[in-house]
Design a protein around this ligand. Sequence first.
Ligand code: OKP
Ligand code: ZN
Length: 334
Amino acid sequence: MRRFYSPVQAGHAPMHELHNGAFTDYAEKPSRAQAILDAIGGAEQPHDHGVGAIEAVHDAGYLAFLRDAARLWEEAGRPGQAIPYAFPIVGRRPLALSRIDALLGRYSFDATTPLTRETWRAGYGSAQSALAATQAVLGGERAAFALCRPPGHHAGRDYCGGYCHINVAAVAAQAARDAGVARVAVLDIDYHHGNGTQDIFWQRGDVFYASLHADPATDYPFFWGHADEVGEDEGHGATLNLPLPQGTRIDAFRAAQATALAAIARFGAQLLVVSFGADTWEGDPISRFRLTTDDYPLLAADIAALGMPTAIVMEGGYAIDALGTNVTAFLSGF
Ligand code: OKP
Ligand code: ZN
């Protein structure tokens, strides 16, 4: 299987994150990508497909913010990395914001996603990897893998959060639409709900979003991913959420995935984007499902049995010692 990764993706390396009330080591480390690269035997560097496919999904003001935030933070005399702390929850209205703290609150939905001088370039590279995998399957490959890191599924049209800045799955899905694929599906099997992907396609009838994830009643991102969230307007019925309890093992996970795959087939998708997170693994440090390494080929084989051209983009997975093995196991199922 062709696989893609750009070295610029390693540049985003925040020192720490706000985790359960204290600063801890940033879990979404560059060494995640290295561990996967070592296991899959390297990757092709993606061609630069330009910023257009990113602008097709994200707000222009937001992208300017991603480019500028770390510089503005430094110019304000701040140490470390740019982290938001005040959010316009009440009385939202269009304002010409200039203060870095105001911009951070406006364009972030949580405080776990620091921005550095390298964030934009890394997110851009991650999106280029996703685009390269999409081009490969549009060009006839059965499946392709984008080693996306930073991940993307929590990022919305105009906000970052959950370690995500550019929604790489959405960029891939939209690129497929713009290449003429009439109906596209995103299957999200990361441990966490992909609130950003859901939000981007919420009112769209041409892109189906199906997600298996930990119940938002107990798990991040808390506010999205409930079973009754089904999309709106033209998108009504084109969002499918299958929340699962902590402790979920392969049998229940596989059954839920079968439900999602059946819905994707009924929808009539002609191309599939898989948001793959290895944080469903039993040893993941921030997650609470109990999948084993041997479960991943089964899940992948079920997805492959759909017979759809499939671009796989990497999302989470934080047990770095096991990450390469788990990703290899998943890819082997295709
Ligand atoms: C990104 B992805 C809980 C901290 C949660 C954010 C988790 C982001 C996961 N105390 N931090 O979906 O793997
Ligand atoms: Zn996750």
